[in-house]
Design a protein around this ligand. Structure first.
Ligand SMILES: NC(=O)c1ccc[n+]([C@@H]2O[C@H](COP(=O)([O-])OP(=O)(O)OC[C@H]3O[C@@H](n4cnc5c(N)ncnc54)[C@H](OP(=O)(O)O)[C@@H]3O)[C@@H](O)[C@H]2O)c1
Length: 329
């Protein structure tokens, strides 16, 4: 076995997930300070095929990868209900962890894992990538500059067409359902853009397709000062990935808000009494930015996210649980 180049983080991957193969593994392979060292699968053939595509080592079974001394960090894109147990095992094995969203399906478990990472002096991050895209900072600055007057409300939606039969999103035991899969995005947008103190005022979860899990839903959140967030999510719908911020004097619209491809040039639309104008921004690769933030955290020994990011992660977990409770009430 070869020693890693100085400053290079050797990643292993648990499971040949679609999101790993489509977005994250190519970005890891392209990152200057990451070596995609190994890919594990329950299926040796799938491990071999996926690993080969990136010049990585195939590993048969997840436990073996956990025990691999030539891996520093693990990326865990397993079904949501399996995140907690494998994140915990990875931390116990002494690996830094980048876990797919949602980090867990239970806020108490999320807090316990973050505490464990802190104690073990290991980095733990949840892979919510859109917050690393600069377009949301640009929007935040516009709101702060009073471009739309006094902020009144956020309207955010993430909806996708129905996944194929047999998809993990339709399996309740694997943590399926639209709320934590797609609803997480508008919830995080609310937390990210409106800040702390959001409460659930009402929520609906529906199984529009008779799948045994919620396939769509909506939530109304409110801040103590009355600013509201109307959130829509679904996985039996036409595609939508956008938010609008409405103010006393205008409105800002961001399309392709949550999963823009690397080459997408954001076009932020600002509308007010004078008409509509478009602010064009440079393309950014939010997957590469997320990985860069992770490697920087490892270099800096920042085991859990710092202040605002940690507050957002926990608020997101609490709100997802509160939306489920409100919808059941
Ligand atoms: N951050 C993002 O932008 C983003 C986007 C999409 C999805 N995600 C998240 O990524 C995770 C995976 O989503 P995905 O759509 O990529 O899923 P997927 O293609 O179904 O992959 C899940 C992987 O988990 C492994 N696995 C282990 N036990 C399993 C079981 N009992 N049933 C099914 N698979 C099992 C499988 O790998 P092996 O068979 O190779 O072991 C499978 O390839 C989810 O948490 C999802 O929320 C994040």
């Amino acid at each position: 076995m070869t020693a890693p180049a100085a400053g290079v983080l050797r990643f292993g991957v648990l499971g040949c997930a679609d999101i790993a193969r489509r977005r994250v593994l190519p970005a890891m392979a392209a990152a200057p300070d990451i070596e995609l060292a190994a890919v594990a699968s329950r299926s040796p053939a799938r491990a071999a095929e996926t690993a080969r595509a990136h010049g990585a080592r195939p590993v048969s079974g997840y436990e073996r990868l956990l025990a691999d001394p030539d891996v520093d960090a693990l990326y865990i894109p397993l079904p949501a209900a399996l995140h907690a147990v494998w994140v915990e095992a990875a931390l116990e094995a002494g690996k830094h962890v980048l876990a797919e969203k949602p980090l867990t399906t239970d806020p108490a478990r999320t807090r316990a894992l973050l505490e464990r990472a802190r104690r073990r002096k290991l980095v733990l991050r949840e892979n919510v990538m859109f917050v690393h895209h600069g377009q949301h900072r640009a929007v935040g600055a516009m709101v702060g500059d009073g471009v739309i007057g006094e902020l009144r409300s956020l309207h955010a939606a993430f909806t996708i067409p129905s996944p194929a039969d047999g998809d993990i999103r339709f399996d309740a035991d694997l943590g399926g359902g639209a709320l934590s899969d797609v609803g997480l995005y508008p919830v995080r947008a609310a937390v990210h853009l409106l800040g702390p103190g959001l409460r659930v005022a009402g929520a609906v979860l529906r199984d529009t397709a008779g799948r045994g899990v919620e396939t769509s839903g909506a939530a109304l959140l409110r801040r103590a000062d009355g600013v509201s967030a109307q959130l829509t999510f679904g996985m039996d719908d036409a595609y939508r990935s956008r938010y609008e911020l409405w103010g006393s004097e205008g409105r800002i619209t961001v399309d392709r808000a949550f999963t823009p491809p690397a080459g997408h040039r954001p076009r932020i639309v600002v509308e007010d009494a004078a008409g509509a104008r478009t602010v064009e921004l440079a393309a950014e690769d939010q997957v590469a930015a997320t990985l860069a933030a992770f490697t920087a955290a490892v270099r800096g020994g920042d085991t859990v996210p710092a202040g605002g990011e940690l507050r957002d992660l926990l608020a997101q977990a609490d709100l997802l649980a509160a939306i489920r409770r409100a919808a059941a009430a």
